[in-house]
Ligand binder design. Structure first.
Ligand code: C2E
Ligand code: MG
Ligand code: MG
Ligand code: MG
Length: 290
């Protein structure tokens, strides 16, 4: 009967909720151990410049490879850590690992690219996050223009003054700041008016349907960004057709499965090499491929 089905659904829902809550408790209880024991890994996803079809940067994305539960995706641990404010621990670890990996690649004569990384709301409310990033960059001799800070649109709604100051501080020190997930909230346009971003990442929701209408919206956003002298990057791009369209309307950069899924630094570069996609070299930085 319908009633029995409902009952079964409720039971299924309850057990799913219970599992999720157990997972949240596990994550909150084990983040310190995960960091200390190296269960947190930095995965990278390449970004391509559409004019030249060359790889111009990588986004660092956290993966938790748990000895008991296998690979956890950010959706399974980032929201919990944000709730408990332990996200600061994770993100500091990410920043340190990115800088450390950068230096070690340089020492091994390996290719390096600028890396963008994600910061959450609490990171920005903690005063020393900007200094922390700058310290790590200095410690591992990462040039400032090889690190980009990504801030998701939704954090810009609250605590505007503090967040505004934090962005300014990153700028004063010489770090570029990108707006992540642009268009996923209702007041995106207002945010562009109030904050200075070096680049905006168009949310993948724009591309969930590749309709005539969504193409028109994307085209308008790209031309508006150009007028504001802000660069545009479309994320979550999965097909060649979407890529060609974005290239044709002058969207400067693209990121998505069409190029690669997040993976280790070396595996990404190998995959790009196989596809004959050149990597932009920064000769001014003394960085050469060996
Ligand atoms: P995000 O910063 O917007 O990152 C893009 C997400 O889209 C990544 O998911 C990426 O794997 C996924 N993606 C990329 N290309 C495609 C595509 O073509 N199709 C689809 N369907 N998805 C694609 P991921 O790695 O699961 O991360 C999810 C979110 O978790 C990130 O969204 C970011 O907000 C957050 N996050 C990830 N790593 C960190 C971190 O180290 N610190 C913080 N604070 N947040 C992080
Ligand atoms: Mg991001
Ligand atoms: Mg995003
Ligand atoms: Mg996001």
């Amino acid at each position: 009967s319908v009633y029995r089905d409902m009952e079964r659904d409720t039971a299924w829902y309850d057990s799913r909720m219970a599992r999720q809550q157990a997972m949240e408790r596990y994550v909150a209880a084990h983040i310190d151990e995960a960091v200390e024991k190296g269960w947190i890994h930095v995965f990278y996803q390449p970004v391509i410049r559409t004019v030249t079809d060359s790889i111009c940067s990588m986004e660092a994305l956290a993966r938790w490879i748990d000895p008991q539960h296998g690979m956890l995706r950010p959706a399974e641990f980032i929201p919990v850590l944000e709730k408990t404010k332990q996200i600061i621990k994770l993100d500091k670890y990410m920043v340190q690992s990115i800088c450390q990996e950068y230096e070690s690649r340089i020492n091994q004569g390996k290719t390096v690219l600028p890396v963008s990384f994600n910061l959450s709301r609490y990171d920005l409310l903690v005063e020393d996050m900007v200094d922390f990033v700058d310290e790590q960059a200095k410690k591992y001799r990462v040039p400032k223009d090889m690190l980009y800070v990504e801030i998701t649109e939704s954090v810009l709604m609250d605590d505007r003054d503090v967040i505004y100051e934090t962005i300014e501080k990153f700028h004063q020190l010489g770090y570029a700041v990108w707006m992540d997930d642009f268009g996923s909230q209702y007041s995106s346009l207002n945010l562009l008016k109030d904050y200075d971003f070096d680049e905006i990442k168009l949310d993948m929701d724009f591309f969930s349907t590749f309709s005539d209408k969504s193409r028109k919206i994307v085209k308008s956003v790209v031309s508006m960004a150009k007028r504001l002298h802000t660069h545009t990057l479309a994320e979550g791009i999965e097909t060649e057709e979407e890529y060609r369209f974005l290239k044709s309307i002058g969207c400067e950069k693209v990121q998505g499965y069409v190029l690669a899924r997040p993976d280790s630094y070396d595996r990404i570069l190998e995959a790009m090499q196989k596809r004959k996609l050149p990597v932009e070299m920064r000769k001014d930085k003394g960085l050469y491929e060996k």
